[in-house]
Design a protein around this ligand. Sequence first.
Ligand code: ZN
Length: 203
Amino acid sequence: MKHANMTDGDRPPIVQAGDPVLRSRAREVLPAELATRDFQLLVTAMVTAMREAPGVGLAAPQIGVPLRVIVLEDRHDLMERVAPEHLRERGRVPFPLQVIVNPVLVVTGTDRATFFEGCLSVRGYMALVERHFSVEVTGLDEHGDPMSWRTEGWPARILQHEVDHLDGALYVDRMLTRSLCSNDEAQRWLDLPVGDVRKTLRT
Ligand code: ZN
């Protein structure tokens, strides 16, 4: 997922909407594959691509690899220019790098939240997307050890966005279509109450 307050860079390894890899179901990573050098190189390439973009999440299909692997990370330095109120409203908190293989998501509450999000594979745009507020993910870490993570707010949104990529879905499939904005135009909406944005955009 795109980091909301940065402008787009030119990052060739990240494939863009239109590439069929983004519309296919990625396959599970096999236990025997986890220890291979190729797999470790994949994880390294994903983390590098995410950080260089910069983004807060990336799924393997986004670098053209149809495997069920996601990486996520949100850092203080990505939030420095973001208003504290904006961070609090979204439940956006720093968390260390997570590498999740074969992730399975379960929704853990009834609350939902609607905010702008973008995608490194849909360069140049953002839109409002309604997501579950709290989820639990289970899977394997980069060493093949079982992991689980129960979270809410922005990390939960990133998880839903990245797992969607593994099933061939993009945020544009779920967005409030009338809220689609160029990144430049989105700046006028990002710090306004979502209710007001929806009213103005009639969505
Ligand atoms: Zn994305």
